[in-house]
Design a protein. Sequence first.
Length: 152
Amino acid sequence: MGHAQQTEAPLLGPETNLPLPRFVSLKASEANVRRGPSLSHRIDWVFQRRGMPLQVIAEYGHWRRVIDRDGQGGWVHYTMLSGARTVLIDGETVPLRSRPEIGALENAMLEPGVIARLGDCNPDWCRLNAGGYRGWARKSYLWGVAAGEIRD
């Protein structure tokens, strides 16, 4: 049609000026998840898995609205969260390979639900560290990293 495509600026959080949504991890071994961004709001449940990846979808004061892999979540105090990046092995057992190639040697097999530390990512693969094993996994099997995200 001839008119230029408008590129959307990323939404930035009003408190941190960091992009929304973004991935973080649970720093605490347990964190109360509240219905709203203050201590007066009811606790809906408790996250109990240190290191689990979460997605920040809103910010208010010292509170971050987060969701987990299943879309469950609520408001958590920012001190419970870490910028350290992790991913969840999602859906099936995933080979951790020595190189980011389909035929590369398998260093380990990661079961669904395993949490791994996230390293470099190219468009299709991410380098992970899980249970003392390091290697590369297909990005499509991971929750906690954006499809277009490149990390080095």
